[in-house]
Write a protein that binds this ligand. Structure first.
Ligand code: NAD
Ligand code: UFG
Length: 338
């Protein structure tokens, strides 16, 4: 059975992917420094699967410690989730983002080369497209970046493209996620944001559970069907499945490949509120606020390339995503904190 190293495996997408990997009988090694996650997520994945996860608590920027993982294990592939992801924070402390996201990735690639581990899937983001010329967004669209977080993703993509040209033995999957929401249907693992959430759905669930008073809807004058922004929300379990399919592609010796992971459907902020109200069974108080700097009106994927080449097709509907987001929040009002 193949062994997969998952950096950032205790995080939101990482924990769901580790669960999916264990269910598919992969051996999993997690590296995480818990800067934005909890060990309880991994304990719950172990509980759900009845399997043990080998854990290294370390910072991927620490190459000496990180090298131990490669010395002590025979790794077949890496899924690289580790990174900082708060757009607003990245504007205020850009060096922290460049240092963490770039150094960790460069260390990882050096170690993979040294230990002859030739398969990697990298967590990129739809943010690399900036404001697209049209929707749906295809993988060959021009890339435009407007914030340091997004720039770290683009720089890493560029590093991977440069690296791939001179290291043809490497198989590299650049995965551009659209907007992951939802949680495992068990309600045992989910998204656990620090402080007040920046993202729409965690904000709504915290309003619904009574931790926040009211949602501010950022802008109702966009050129969209109801004036609010459109996004491609994808269930985190669908996203996890996308990584399993990406591994299959890597093991077929694909070289460098790039895929959107989205559903291909766009929903407005008001449509998401409506779906959440249905899941929660009560109204979500909200009011319109000015536009948020940096938001684009419309962003949704063309899922065709991932479907054709990976066999990836999102299964969960917006209704499912709303139900599972709420199930997680109501069972864990304080996330992983007791
Ligand atoms: P997350 O913060 O929940 O998970 C990231 C994990 O990486 C955390 O467990 C954190 O502790 C760990 N980590 C960060 N820096 C580290 C380091 N230097 N060494 C070791 N561990 C480190 O985030 P997520 O939502 O699960 O996102 C996973 C990846 O997907 C990130 O790279 C993120 O940028 C990318 N992504 C996320 C979204 C989203 O909306 N959630 C969208 C597009 C792309
Ligand atoms: N929104 C509100 N009120 C809130 C939060 C969000 O109205 O309190 C709106 C935003 O204006 C936007 C939509 O809800 O129109 C979605 O916002 P999110 O913050 O949930 O998601 P974004 O599309 O802005 O960004 C997310 C991730 C980024 C990633 C990007 C593209 O946060 O890291 O998707 O993948 F880069």
């Amino acid at each position: 059975m193949k062994t997969i190293l998952v950096t950032g495996g205790a995080g939101y997408i990482g924990s769901h992917t580790v669960l999916a990997l264990l269910e598919k009988k992969y051996e999993v090694i997690v590296v995480d420094n818990f800067v934005n996650s909890s060990k309880k997520a991994l304990a719950r994945v172990e509980k759900l699967t009845g399997k043990k996860i080998k854990l290294y608590e370390l910072d991927c920027c620490d190459k000496v410690k990180f090298s131990q993982v490669f010395k002590e294990n025979k790794i077949d592939a890496v899924i690289h989730f580790a990174g900082l992801k708060a757009v607003g924070e990245s504007v205020n402390v850009p060096l922290k983002y460049y240092e963490n996201n770039l150094f960790s990735t460069i260390n990882l690639l050096n170690l993979m080369q040294e230990y002859k581990v030739y398969n990697i899937a990298f967590s990129s983001s739809a943010t690399v497209y900036g404001e697209p010329k049209s929707v749906p967004i295809y993988e060959d669209f021009e890339l435009h970046i407007s914030n340091p977080y997004g720039r770290t993703k683009l720089i890493i993509e560029d590093i991977l493209r440069d690296f791939s040209k001179v290291n043809p033995e490497f198989n590299i999957a650049i995965l551009r996620y659209f907007n992951p929401i939802g949680a495992h249907p068990s309600g045992l693992i989910g998204e656990n944001p620090n402080g007040i959430p920046n993202n729409l759905v965690p904000y709504i669930t915290q309003v619904a559970v009574g931790k926040l008073k009211e949602l501010g809807v950022f802008g109702n004058d966009y050129p969209t069907k109801d004036g609010t922004c459109i996004r491609d929300y994808i269930h985190v379990c669908d996203l996890a499945e996308g990584h399993i399919l990406a591994l299959n592609k890597l093991f077929s010796k694909c070289g460098l490949v790039t895929y959107n992971l989205g559903t291909g459907k766009g929903y407005s902020v008001l449509e998401v509120i409506k779906a959440m109200e249905k899941a929660v069974g009560k109204p979500i108080p909200y009011s319109f606020k000015p536009r948020r700097a940096g938001d684009i009106p419309e962003c949704y994927a063309s899922p065709v390339k991932a479907e054709t080449e990976l066999g990836f097709k999102a299964k969960y509907s917006l209704e499912d995503m709303a139900r599972d987001s709420w199930n997680w929040q109501k069972n864990n009002p304080n996330g992983y904190d007791e």
